[in-house]
Design a protein around this ligand. Structure first.
Ligand code: ADP
Length: 400
């Protein structure tokens, strides 16, 4: 049973083809710079030595329609998929499902209309996700398609956590509330965490920390999300590569008055020039780590601020969860950066978290545990796999 997962951006389409009998990856790749001069295809196949072997081809790719046709033809050429008719389904990543979508949805004209209606909430992402779905539906009309939403996992958050303390008409008329993102990743790692701990997910209280270029925390109570750090948009919460995270909202008005910058210019600064990059000039945590080690005070401050913010969320979510069974680190930083994991968990023994520093070394194969024997709370590193989660949810939605 084969499932194709597509993540369609404004000028790119990422894809992964799974054999869902054993969840193996049959092919993976991306088309980048669609409609631009440097358009190209990267295509990777499992190599006999293990891992994936990648080839890159420069090709003119005018639009998403041509991009989809190219993906179908390279999958065929490589023997991974004889024909799209072989697919059990196509799963699409969709960033914003608003309040309507609490679960994945089979793509129908009504569902496409509802996703279109949510464009004001995700003006950069939902149009590109829609385009990917429309093209795939046109090109493979007999294959069932499923939309899997980044926001859906957070729809179980209660109103006292998702409402902002602003006039209620702004919620009612303009849908201003916390939605949260990275839901597919938080769902996947909490599920894997329960498997690793050999306990039913609905018996566990977890804090999931997705630390990649974007970063968010989620509080999971008996398997259901009850709070998350991203809000109406992915700007709120933790410090990220280039996003500021939590901020006094009055800073925006102050900057407008003091600098004469437009709100659009300030929005761009908060999204693209802030976070680690704003504090120390670089947004890649590997470089920040190297600079800090070499004694750069700004990089050291960036790391201290980054971990301090995470620690505050661990404390807050511990308080609202009551009992805490485990903290999960995932995403490029969570999976690799031992110095970040160590600093986030430092001096938390009073909350039951004690790391065994000998176990906290870089990246290891699969899931691994970092807590000491004395620790009441498990500390886990769980590699995320959003594509596989989308494929699994696609199969579940189609009743397979
Ligand atoms: P995205 O959110 O774009 O999917 P990733 O989850 O791949 O991003 O995370 C990217 C981040 O992970 C970058 O800041 C990168 O520096 C960091 N990262 C990756 N490998 C390491 C490593 N070995 N040590 C420290 N940071 C790492």
């Amino acid at each position: 049973m084969k499932v194709l997962v597509l993540n369609s951006g404004s000028s790119s389409i990422k894809y992964q083809l799974f054999d869902m009998r054993d969840e193996s990856v049959l092919a993976a790749g991306s088309i980048e710079q669609i409609g631009e001069p440097g358009s190209h295809l990267s295509h990777a196949l499992p190599s006999p030595q293990g891992g994936m072997s990648k080839t890159v081809r420069d090709l003119p790719i005018a639009d998403h329609r041509q991009g989809f046709a190219l993906i179908a033809s390279v999958l065929k050429e490589s023997g991974a998929l004889a024909d799209t008719g072989e697919l059990r389904g196509i799963g699409h990543r969709v960033v914003h499902g608003g309040e309507q979508f609490k679960e994945p949805a089979r793509v129908t004209p009504e569902v496409l209309g509802a996703i279109r209606g949510l464009i004001p909430l995700a003006p950069l992402h939902n149009p590109a996700n829609l385009l990917g779905m429309e093209v795939a539906m046109e090109s493979a009309p007999s294959v069932p398609q499923v939309a899997v939403f980044d926001t859906a996992f957070h729809q179980s958050i209660p109103s006292h956590a998702y409402r902002y303390a602003i006039p209620k008409k702004l919620y009612e008329a303009h849908h201003v509330r916390r939605y949260g993102f990275h839901g597919t990743s938080h769902r996947y790692v909490t599920k894997k965490g329960a498997e690793f701990l050999k306990k039913p997910l609905d018996s566990l209280n977890l804090i999931s920390l997705h630390l990649g270029n974007g970063a968010s925390a989620a509080a999971i109570h008996q398997g259901r999300c009850i709070d998350t750090s991203m809000g109406l948009t992915p700007l709120e919460g933790l410090i990220m590569g280039t996003r500021c995270g939590d901020l006094d909202p009055a800073i925006i008005f102050y900057l407008e008055r003091e600098t004469g910058l437009s709100s659009a210019a300030i929005e761009s600064i908060l999204n693209k020039e802030s976070g680690l990059k704003g504090i120390c000039g670089v947004n890649d945590m590997r470089t920040v780590g190297e600079l800090a080690k070499a004694g750069n005070p700004e990089a050291q401050l960036a790391i201290s601020m980054y971990c301090y913010r995470i620690k505050k969320y661990i404390g807050a979510y511990h308080a609202v969860l009551g009992e805490l069974d485990g903290v999960i680190f995932t995403g490029g930083i969570g999976e690799n950066a031992d110095f970040i994991r160590a600093e986030c968990c430092e001096n938390l023994a009073h909350l039951g978290l004690e790391m065994d520093n000998r176990k906290n070394r870089g990246r290891q194969e699969g899931c691994f545990a970092l807590e000491s024997r004395a620790s009441r709370v498990k500390i886990l590193v769980i590699p995320t796999n959003e594509e596989l989660e989308i494929a699994e949810q696609t199969v579940a939605c189609l009743g397979g």
